[in-house]
Ligand binder design. Sequence first.
Ligand SMILES: [Zn+2]
Length: 312
Amino acid sequence: MSKHIRYNIQNFNKKDLQNTFKRIKRAGFSGVVIPAARPFISDLNGECEFFPVDELAYLAREQDLDLTLEFNIFESWYVWKHQNFSAPVKFNNSPYYPAQEKNYYPICPNNPLAEKRIERILSLLETVPESVALLISEMGFPFNWMENNLDIQNSHPPFCYCPFCLGEFSEYIDELVTEPQQVENNFRYWMDWRINVIYKYFVDIFSNLIDNPLIISIPPLSLIDLPFVTGQIPIAFLREDARIAPPLLHVSKNKNFRWVIDQLRHYELEMDENDLIPILELNSDKVDNLEFIEKRGYQDVIYDDWDKFLEL
Ligand SMILES: [Zn+2]
């Protein structure tokens, strides 16, 4: 089993990174997962949204660490700062605002800026070796699962009703849709359409990758709820040889480790062990968790994260 650890870089500093990568290697990890987008900065000052991924690949290889780059797809504070950005819209016609500063900045999949951003990400990936893996997160929309209690029974799934969405959906059903209520009347079609829109992004990504391993992170919900809540169909991702990484962050989600085990068992009913990459949160019961996971024979496991590891 290969153990990877997520490392949230604050600033790109070569010397610091070299040191940290060395320590990560010495701590027994074979790989490092790095969110490629910079954390929120109030003054952009001409900065690019992403860290120099080619240099990250070089530094990781220098320490003989596998590198996985993580990209959030429909979430970016950087895009929110764009002068042409318009926020996704709720059923009551009010915009979705980030829950709090520096947190979750949803982008509508039908916003042209979302598509532009994917092009940018794909061209960035051309600068890294094929051995660098790609972890795609937040590809469901708009579902802030970190802030959600994950009890979605009887709730209306979060949708976006922005002009882009209503326009695209009108074309899809060949009928002019201008009001959220019309969406309600065509609920079934709206669901199918949203799945198509999101799947198209997935196709864009996997068909443009040369040979880089592709991993899709899905919110830790049951497989049957995922299409309804997020528009994602994990089984369709598996068909294209992507692997699935559920973030089973039990501490952050106020759950015990039993929940992690139950979720994994649930996923394993539908997919092969090798298609699953559990993302596990480290805390003081880390040793038990490791023992349990190591017995299961997963090919890869991602631990969250390096800062928490240092606190143990
Ligand atoms: Zn929209």
